[in-house]
Design a protein around this ligand. Structure first.
Ligand SMILES: [Zn+2]
Length: 511
């Protein structure tokens, strides 16, 4: 491998997919000092150094939208997704089994439930969680990341009762007597938090996650935390410096941190000089809530805030999933205009998109960050009520690309576990867990599926030098044991990664 001595590593591959849509057969990738110095059929024949024969080389995968700390926290939480949990009885049993193994004063945390995955199709109540906890406070996170249900004792410890007002952009759900039910939505979820873990514990969890992601070929991740501020940036810098996160990190900035007031942008983050290209600042993140009140209040204030940031050269990423919030996002982006010298603004999720909104996305130049694995894992939900959620509108991809809208993929981890090859297969087949193709016209071919997870994802994270293999690119690449383009998608989905290389170093697997 490239060892800093200037010697070259030549990967002689049966096929190289360069991330720009080219397939180079019997080609070489030449790496020196962490950089790809040549790619092509005749590249590297004159180079000294080690030559290795491999099957296939693709660019390192880029996850354009995930939540690192939530994913880390999930490692210790009870998994409440199907198939582990399919009913409220199973949910309570899983939490109770964990609670019985914890000290009497510990918090019991669960994650990943969704009321529509439960046989009863409702949220659990505070009383049900109380019974599961056996006296310990219980906090169960919704899979969307935008709500929790907490137990009676957790409500009591946080001082939440019938008199507690809803916080801005949040809701304490109440019963007919105004008593809290335990469901806390939006910012109200932050009213009840378990004790903060030590930085050492967090670092250990992030370390384990980072290694797992390297095993899957992920070399760059973008953290889309809506509350990211200077303190969070500092924590990421520490984790990157100590190589607890080995991937290149792009850190989005929360809207409230990026604005000094409604009319003034805060100065850009100062990034630590010693980390170079391993840490960069991403888009400014706005959360748009379905009740019409965005993170900055009204629609007009949202448009004004984005205008202020765009004029300061800051691109924005707007969390908008349903029709109402996507329309609100577009209204704001149309008024604000693009940020000069920055990547395009992004709409995160855009779960439901009728044709009229696709046309508006194209016209205003905004990009979409989608989640192909959601189609596989959650797609069946949209088949039950095609009038409410026309399958052709759900997690669109192919028609967006055809319309000229830029698209990239993210896992939204911990909502789903990152798995780039599985995500590519999902983009190609749109097959749900039940085997039905959801909105089959939205399928894409192999080259587009790869670009969603490499080149386009990197570009839409403000890192256009990544996600591609060409002369001068950082040598972030993945070696696979077969040409993924020639395999049926469901076989490709399970292809193991032979090796992952980051800046010319083998960081997972072996060559
Ligand atoms: Zn997210």
């Amino acid at each position: 491998m490239a060892d800093g001595t200037g010697a070259d590593l030549v990967l002689r591959a049966r096929v190289v997919h360069d991330g720009d849509g080219r397939r180079l057969h019997d080609a070489r990738v030449v790496v020196r000092d962490g950089i790809v110095i040549a790619v092509g059929r005749h590249a590297g024949t004159e180079h000294r150094g080690r030559t290795l024969d491999v099957a296939a080389v693709v660019p390192g995968f880029v996850d354009a939208h995930m939540h690192v700390f939530r994913a880390a926290r999930d490692m210790t939480a009870v998994d409440c997704r199907p198939p582990a949990v399919r009913s409220l009885a199973e949910l309570v049993a899983a939490l109770r089994a964990r609670a019985q193994r914890l000290p009497a004063d510990a918090w019991v945390e669960g994650s990943g439930y969704h009321e529509l995955d439960l046989a009863e199709r409702r949220h659990p109540t505070a009383a049900e969680l109380e019974a599961a906890g056996g006296g310990r406070p219980v906090r169960l996170r919704h899979r969307s990341g935008h709500g929790v249900v907490v137990s009676t004792s957790a409500l009591r410890a946080a001082g939440i009762d019938a008199a507690t007002p809803d916080p801005p952009d949040g809701q304490v759900e109440r019963d007919a007597q105004r008593a809290p039910t335990g469901l806390l939505l939006g910012s109200a979820a932050r009213l009840v938090r378990p004790p903060r873990r030590s930085t050492a514990d967090l670092a250990a969890e992030v370390d384990a996650l980072s290694r797992r992601w390297l095993d899957l070929g992920i070399t760059t991740v973008c953290d889309a935390g809506p509350d990211n501020d200077a303190r969070v940036l500092e924590l990421f810098a520490l984790l990157v410096r100590e190589k607890r996160v080995q991937q290149r990190m792009v850190v989005m900035r929360g809207a409230s941190d990026a604005l000094r007031d409604s009319a003034t942008a805060a100065p850009p983050w100062t990034l630590p000089g010693d980390l170079g290209a391993r840490l960069s600042a991403g888009h400014v993140k706005f959360m748009l809530a379905a009740n019409g009140a965005g993170a900055r209040g009204t629609q007009d204030r949202l448009a004004e805030a984005i205008s202020v940031l765009a004029r300061a050269g800051q691109a924005c990423a707007l969390h908008a999933a349903d029709l109402e919030t996507v329309a609100m996002a577009l209204h704001a982006l149309e008024r604000a205009g693009p940020a000069r010298g920055a990547p395009p603004h992004r709409v995160e999720h855009a779960t439901l998109l009728p044709d009229a909104l696709v046309a508006r996305l194209q016209a205003c130049g905004a990009a979409v960050i989608g989640h192909p694995l959601f189609v596989r894992r959650h797609g069946d939900r949209y088949l039950t009520d095609p009038d409410e959620n026309p399958p052709a509108w759900v997690h669109r991809c192919g028609s967006l690309l055809a319309a000229g809208v830029r698209v990239a993929a993210g896992s939204d981890a911990p909502v789903v576990t990152p798995a780039p090859l599985q995500s590519m297969a999902a983009a190609m087949t749109r097959r749900t867990l039940s085997g039905t193709a959801l909105g089959p016209d939205e399928r894409v071919g192999f080259d587009a599926a790869l670009a969603l997870h490499t080149r386009w994802a990197a570009t839409l994270c403000g890192r256009p030098e990544l996600g591609r293999l060409r002369q001068g690119s950082p040598a972030d690449l993945v070696v696979l044991p077969a040409d993924p383009a020639t395999l049926p998608p469901e076989v490709m989905a399970e292809l193991p990664v032979t090796a992952t290389m980051l800046a010319g170093e083998v960081v997972a697997g072996s060559l």
